[in-house]
Write a protein that binds this ligand. Structure first.
Ligand code: BV8
Ligand code: ZN
Length: 255
């Protein structure tokens, strides 16, 4: 199945100095990571906002840890998909390429991408809420989880290093993401419904600066009316296709 990729997009990409890929849960769907609004078995009865927030954690840390332990297990058992790998290869081919992701699954890095800005944290990192001592999963999974991991230094509660609803985004990652978006020539919005803020304002920042905006999604989103090109389909199929077309177009002229 070849996707319709316009000459306009290809020439924008080939002539671009600065390219950004803004990603959401959809880019990891083909790896087996349940999307937020997709199906996730017993946890479906909870809206993510209900579990991914500080009040829920303070109210019932066991329940929230059980949910993160469940997601840590899924993510530990899966692999990046061809969409992740295509983005990692594009980074090699373009002068300035950045991934701004809402995903906490670390799959972009596992696929070899280097320039990755994690707006909502990373599920493989944890820290003590009281003294901020960092803890890797190996240090806590199995020892305390699924019950309740506590800090060896101050006995404080340990939490996953992710951004919960109502919490501010990490300043440095946000700052780097805003400047990347505002100086982008081309921005891809891949596998995101664009409902969670302030992350969802990233593509619009690039649009305001005149960037060529491309959306990749099997269904339209709130952003679709604002994009220059909409590629309908799965990112694990479209991104490798786009990469090979880009490479063909990008070939330096024969001597
Ligand atoms: C904050 C980490 C300051 C944790 C996450 C303005 C307006 C309205 C509300 C707000 C606002 N400003 C702030 C808010 C509140 C809130 C918010 O946005 N609420 C939403 C629900 C309305 N924002 C916050 O709380 C943020 N903090 O603003 O602090 C502040 C403080 C107090 C009060 C006010 C302001 C913090 C938000 C971060 C929360 N943490 N994750 C964890 O993961 O456990 S958000 C989490 O959900 C993800 O990181 C991601 O951001 C979001 C899920 O969205 P998507 O990734 O897009 O996934 P989704 O399932 O929705 O869509 C998947 C898409 O993929 C679909 O379109 C589907 O069609 C597509 N797809 C499926 N398969 C494929 C595919 N695409 C391609 N290929 C495929 N194969
Ligand atoms: Zn501590």
């Amino acid at each position: 199945m070849s996707v319709e990729i316009s000459g306009r997009l290809l020439s924008a990409l080939v002539n671009a100095q600065r390219v950004v890929a803004f990603t959401g849960a959809g880019v990891s769907a083909e790896s087996g990571v349940p999307t937020f609004r997709g199906n996730d078995g017993i946890w479906e009865k909870f809206k993510p906002e209900e579990l991914a927030n500080l009040n829920a954690f303070m109210r019932s840390p066991e329940l929230v840890w059980e949910w993160y332990a469940h997601r840590k297990r899924i993510i530990a058992e899966i692999q990046p998909n061809p969409g992740h790998y295509a983005l990692a290869k594009m980074e090699q081919m373009l002068p300035h390429f950045a991934i701004i992701t809402q995903n906490i699954d670390n799959l972009h890095r596992r696929a070899g991408s280097k320039n990755v800005y994690e707006l909502h944290g990373n599920i493989e990192r944890n820290y003590c809420m009281k003294c901020r001592t960092p803890y890797s999963d190996d240090e806590i999974i199995g020892r305390d989880v699924p019950c309740l991991p506590r800090c060896r230094r101050c006995n404080g509660l340990i939490r996953p290093d992710v951004v919960w609803f109502g919490e501010l985004l990490p300043e440095d990652e946000w700052g780097k993401s805003v400047s990347a978006a505002e100086s982008a020539d081309v921005l891809f919005s891949i596998g995101t419904s664009g409902v969670v803020y302030p992350a969802a304002s990233i593509p619009l920042m690039a649009k305001r600066q005149g960037a060529f905006i491309v959306e990749i999604n099997p269904q339209p989103t709130l952003l679709t009316d604002h994009v220059d090109e909409f590629l309908l389909g799965a990112s694990g199929v479209i991104l490798p296709e786009l990469y090979s077309r880009f490479i063909l177009e990008h070939q330096p002229p024969e001597p």
